[in-house]
Design a protein around this ligand. Structure first.
Ligand SMILES: Cc1ncc(COP(=O)(O)O)c(C=O)c1O
Length: 414
């Protein structure tokens, strides 16, 4: 809860909003209310400017050139690696691998570490609340290797049953791949406890940080995870860039993901030797512009301060939950004690998609459906929810608009 004394420390949300050009547009003749931040956040002008700056002033391929533009582009690209290292408190910069996003990071681990280490009869543990991108790569791997996928159940609040998890762990468990914060429910999982228990059982742990990295302080060293993955586009940065962090010994012992330029030391027709970390996993020309602009997004977060952002979002979560609970027939799906600023709900007798369409007519962008978490929805016995997810630039006035929009939608559809 925000205390009065802390209000002095709170953010100037209206000044922050001015940095996001899209927030001043109208949708269907109404001011945009953007509550689809868990899908992707909006981008501040500085991020857009950096993309234009790169293409206007120093567009060049990186690492290979000795000319000025190539040096400038390489420096800017590698500066983002340093910024990411600090952002998640990784031990060294070599452990930061740039990917296309969370999905590619998980697939990279499944195709490299997974194919090297998983054998018939082994077990991989995931949870009921995983995003499809943390289910399907492991299903493919299990099918190929004859391994088995084990699922941690959840309770009615959408919290993991940790005692059941601990019972699933055994000598056959080789990997635990777990979401840090659920995109469908908002639940924040006790990853440190999960990791410690997995390590005791001799298993490696991947943490899906797609939803947590923008809201929570991430310290991969303290967390002691073996792999951590996330996407820039949920952190006010561009699409098409993500990060895989890994423990150095694992990254060094894994085979490469893709073959091609940049990931090699020397190529002959007889034998190829691979590059050092992190380049061993970055074959081909990477997404240079978006990676460079990702640092600008991280700078934006630093300038405000993660603690202040978190407090603001927590205030929005508490306020929206209280307001939504007043609506007759509305049920919040995901009522865990620890949550990020995601509220998923259903309204008795109404289809989430119909609600979403009517809200869009009032300029309010929410997400409806299964949120790429179909098994989680099945567990609650529902096809999907309406999801409002909040970012640093959202306001209580916007939540009031959502409530009015929902009341009107209920009247219209009932
Ligand atoms: C929890 C979670 N994991 C993974 C992903 C996949 O992220 P991306 O589409 O950026 O690869 C998402 C995206 O919504 C997510 O919310």
């Amino acid at each position: 809860m925000i205390q009065t004394a802390d209000l002095k420390k709170s953010i100037d949300v209206y000044a922050i909003r001015k940095q996001f050009p899209v927030l001043s547009r109208e949708v269907k003749g109404k001011p945009l209310v953007y509550f689809d931040n868990a899908a992707t956040s909006q981008k501040p002008q500085a991020v857009v400017d950096e993309l234009v700056n790169y293409y206007s002033n120093y567009n060049a391929n990186i690492h290979r050139g000795i000319h000025t533009l190539a040096e400038e582009a390489t420096l800017a690209y590698e500066n983002t690696r340093d910024a990411v290292q600090q952002f998640i408190k990784a031990e060294t910069r070599e452990q930061i691998i740039f990917t296309r996003g969370t999905t590619e990071g998980i697939n990279l681990v499944a195709y490299t570490w997974g194919r090297q280490n998983i054998r018939a009869g082994d077990e991989i543990i995931i949870s009921t609340m995983e995003h499809h991108s943390n289910i399907v790569p492991w299903q493919i791997l299990c099918e190929e290797k004859g391994a088995e996928l084990k699922i941690i159940p959840i309770n009615d609040n959408g919290e993991l049953l940790i005692d059941k998890y601990e019972k699933l762990l055994n000598t056959k468990t080789k990997l635990v791949s777990i979401v840090h914060a659920s995109n469908a429910l908002g639940t924040v999982n006790p990853v440190k406890q999960i990791i410690d228990a997995a390590h005791k059982a001799g298993a490696v742990v991947l943490v899906d940080g797609a939803q947590s990295t923008v809201h929570l302080d991430i310290d991969v060293h303290e967390m002691d995870c073996d792999f951590f993955v996330f996407s820039s586009h949920k952190l006010y940065g561009p699409t098409g860039v993500g990060v895989l962090y890994g423990k150095k010994d694992l990254l060094e012992s894994m085979p490469p993901f893709q073959g091609g330029g940049e990931m090699i030391k020397e190529v002959t027709f007889e034998k190829t030797t691979y590059n050092d970390l992190p380049y061993k996993y970055e074959a081909g020309t990477p997404n240079i512009a978006d990676t460079i602009a990702f640092k600008t997004a991280l700078d934006f977060i630093h300038q405000i301060g993660k603690e202040k952002i978190r407090r603001h979002e927590e205030e929005l979560l508490i306020y929206s939950t209280a307001q939504l609970e007043q609506i007759p027939g509305l049920r919040i799906i995901g009522t865990a004690k620890e949550k990020v600023s995601v509220v998923s709900f259903i309204i008795e007798g109404l289809h989430p998609q119909d609600i979403g369409i009517l809200l869009d007519n009032r300029g309010i962008a929410v997400r409806t459906g299964h949120h790429c978490a179909q098994p989680c929805m099945q567990c609650f016995g529902i096809p999907g929810t309406v999801r409002a997810s909040f970012a640093v630039y959202n306001t209580k006035e916007e939540i009031d608009e959502l409530i009015i929009g929902l009341q009107k939608a209920i009247k219209m559809l009932s």
